[in-house]
Ligand binder design. Structure first.
Ligand SMILES: Nc1ncnc2c1ncn2[C@@H]1O[C@H](COP(=O)(O)OP(=O)(O)OP(=O)(O)O)[C@@H](O)[C@H]1O
Ligand SMILES: [Mg+2]
Length: 311
């Protein structure tokens, strides 16, 4: 049993899934008939995409699920070779007591266009023996020929009542007391991301009584360190220094959109008219990322715009 609660409390069946009702119902109906088209899951982090893929595999294959299910992370093994080799090797052999196998390709939006073209051909060639579950944060980054071969399911950030029921579920099992103020704070800090809500709850669980203050204290600590320094560098016009810091932050696994959100929040504390401009730039930058632009270039653009405010 995992000590990390986000693993310990990862739903194991369709009925354990919280929220995402139409997606879960749609997928469940297919899987219960023993069939599965290629599917594409899209949505923000921590809302159940990988979890649902695992539930599908377990439901389809029972105790043989590990033999018939291949999980690859596209962003770890970025490029064309992973699609050509690993996927083909796995797709080529027959399923273990199963009509077809399932390949779960996480973070597909990190695949280059060439890799996506190769993936598309692989999907065509092995449709009889293999079904694909693709997962991404930004559907706009997935080439049309792949989108059109998949049933697309959208995952939304979880609603407040959903995050609360997740908290209640864990609180009961871990004998924690979580008052309403703490639940409000957990939801706010999570922004509908279950993983973040669960991690924060676990971090607060040193004491069995969880309050709004303890949540807020930890939520602030968990905020990306170094955002004030980053903003200060940009406002000073030190683009080189600021860019270096951004590269470090991305390397720590902080997402570009997360960075933008936090720059925006930090800017709001500036109490100058610049705050409004920075908010506009953050909005523009986030929009372009969703459209599929390069992260580093867009973050560089954001820094440059902020630096120009000095003039
Ligand atoms: N719908 C949900 N119901 C209950 N728990 C959930 C749900 N979605 C996520 N969780 C919790 O959050 C954790 C992370 O979820 P998951 O790995 O499915 O996220 P994801 O959508 O694949 O995110 P990413 O885009 O970062 O890969 C799970 O282990 C589980 O504990
Ligand atoms: Mg995932």
């Amino acid at each position: 049993m995992s000590f990390v609660w986000s693993e310990k409390y990862r739903p194991k069946s369709f009925d354990d899934m919280i929220g995402q009702a139409s997606t879960v119902q749609g997928v469940k109906a297919l899987v219960e008939k023993g069939s599965l088209p290629h599917v594409l899951f899209t949505g923000p982090p921590g809302v159940g995409k990988s979890t649902l893929a695992l539930v599908i595999a377990k439901k389809l294959f029972g105790s043989n699920w590990k033999e018939n299910f291949l999980e690859l992370n596209a962003s770890d093994e970025r490029g064309i070779d992973v699609v050509r080799n690993k996927v083909k090797d796995f797709a080529r052999t027959k399923g273990f007591d199963a009509k077809f196998k399932v390949i779960f390709l996480d973070e597909c939006d990190a695949l280059t266009r060439e890799a996506q073209q190769a993936l598309r051909r692989t999907m065509e060639n092995f449709t009889n023996s293999c079904r694909f579950i693709l997962s991404c944060n930004y559907v706009a980054r997935i080439i049309d020929p792949i989108q059109s071969r998949c049933v697309v399911y959208r995952f939304a950030p979880l609603a407040k009542q959903d995050i609360e029921s997740l908290i209640d579920r864990i609180a009961q099992s871990e004998s924690l007391q979580v008052d309403q103020g703490a639940k409000d704070a957990l939801f706010e800090a999570s922004a509908g991301d279950c993983r973040r809500a669960v991690n924060l709850l676990q971090a607060c669980a040193d004491s069995p009584k969880i309050t709004k203050d303890s949540v807020n204290k930890l939520a602030r600590l968990a905020q990306v360190q170094g955002i004030p320094a980053l903003l200060a560098l940009a406002l000073k016009g030190d683009i080189v220094g600021a860019k270096k810091q951004i590269v470090d932050m991305l390397a720590q696994g902080i997402s570009a959109t997360e960075l933008i959100k936090q720059v925006d929040q930090q800017a709001a504390t500036l109490a100058t008219p610049d705050a409004i401009r920075i908010t506009q730039y953050c909005g523009d930058c986030e929009f372009r990322l969703v459209q599929g632009s390069d992260e580093l270039i867009q973050l560089g653009w954001l820094l440059a715009k902020i630096a120009q405010l000095r003039a």
